[in-house]
Design a protein around this ligand. Structure first.
Ligand code: MN
Length: 335
């Protein structure tokens, strides 16, 4: 079986330069000031990370060969263009999609990729999803909030409509919490992947569910990394407490239980989690057909991710689904 990894990051030189400009400006979002500052620090580790992110050519393929990953589904690294002004964000998203499509064309059996969009202009983002599909890209990357706003808000409906109509799954990827709630996360590094990423992205997913987005868009499919950003753990309690809140009139009833939307409209990936107890929870709650392998290169050790999945205590049929056939089906991979 092939090993397909579906949350693998890259950046373009222009977006990197844009990040540096934003970091040097006075109105940088406090979470990004910390995140960008730590990722781009001129240490040996920072330099290696940046060069890994920039390389989606021969260096990336050589690395995949070394680790034993057959296919990477690439996406613009977090927070991508979502920190730029609208025009710059829209332009740089399109340019990054062109660069990604060219990289895939050069290595069509090894690479696939997701469309980056600028949610700042929802109509343009919807058009870019359509253009990205024509370029051969197989889903959409959204790096969580944009200026503390979430995709359930009515102004973002064109993005959800386009993703649904074109049958492009949205990979809802973490970033640091937005300005409206980042303050308590700024201490102890909690804005980052230790806790803040999952809190932020889990909130985003829950807002989509609770807003009725999946009643308006029943065909919309969302992918969450990191074994579902904590939501599989909470499903029973979410249903239970939601029913109680509806009963006392604290929130609107939905046609389905929250967990039903999660189990029907979401997929999860193993990105960044090499823990058999958590994989087992995912298998129990979602079933094997909704779990895909991801390594989260270059932020995580992809050799460790491969060694975990190769040795995971699952059947060979389950391993094949998680490594290969689920990704082929969910992203309609041509490779
Ligand atoms: Mn990631």
């Amino acid at each position: 079986m092939r090993r397909i990894a579906v949350e693998e990051a890259f950046i373009t030189a222009d977006i990197l330069a844009g990040w540096r400009k934003v970091l040097a400006s006075s109105d940088v979002e406090p979470g990004f000031a910390k995140l960008g500052g730590s990722l781009l620090k001129p240490s040996a580790a920072g330099t290696q990370l940046v060069s890994n992110l920039l390389d989606i050519g021969p260096g990336r393929i050589a690395h995949m060969d070394k680790v034993g990953i057959d296919v990477e589904v690439l996406s613009l690294t977090s927070p991508g263009v979502q920190i730029f002004d609208t025009d710059m964000a829209t332009r740089l998203a399109a340019e990054s999609n062109d660069a990604l499509a060219a990289a895939i064309k050069a290595n069509p059996t090894r690479l696939a990729g997701l469309v980056a969009v600028a949610p700042q202009d929802p109509a343009a983002a919807a058009r870019e999803i359509e253009r990205g599909k024509k370029l051969g890209l197989c889903g959409v990357i959204i790096n969580s909030h944009t200026r503390s706003e979430y995709l359930d808000m009515p102004r973002y409906r064109p993005i959800l409509e386009a993703a649904e109509a074109l049958d492009m799954p949205i990979y809802l990827h973490p970033r640091e919490p937005g300005p409206s709630m980042v303050t308590p996360y700024l201490d102890y590094g909690l804005y980052f992947a230790t806790w803040g990423f999952s809190a932020e992205t889990g909130l985003h997913a829950m807002r989509l569910i609770m807003s009725g987005a999946f009643d308006r868009h029943p065909g919309l499919r969302i992918v969450l990394g990191h074994m579902g950003e904590g939501i599989p753990y909470w499903l029973k309690r979410i249903d239970n407490r939601f029913a109680m809140q509806v009963k006392i009139g604290a929130c609107e009833k939905l046609p389905k239980r929250p967990s039903e939307y999660f189990l029907e409209n979401f997929y999860i990936t193993t990105a960044g989690v090499t823990d058999m107890a958590v994989l087992k929870l995912g298998l129990d709650e979602l079933g094997v057909d909704r779990i895909m392998f991801a390594a989260d290169f270059p932020y995580e050790d992809d050799a460790e991710a491969v060694s975990f999945m190769d040795g995971a205590n699952v059947t060979e049929e389950q391993r094949r689904k998680i490594y290969e056939s689920n990704a082929v089906r969910i992203f309609k991979l041509k490779v």
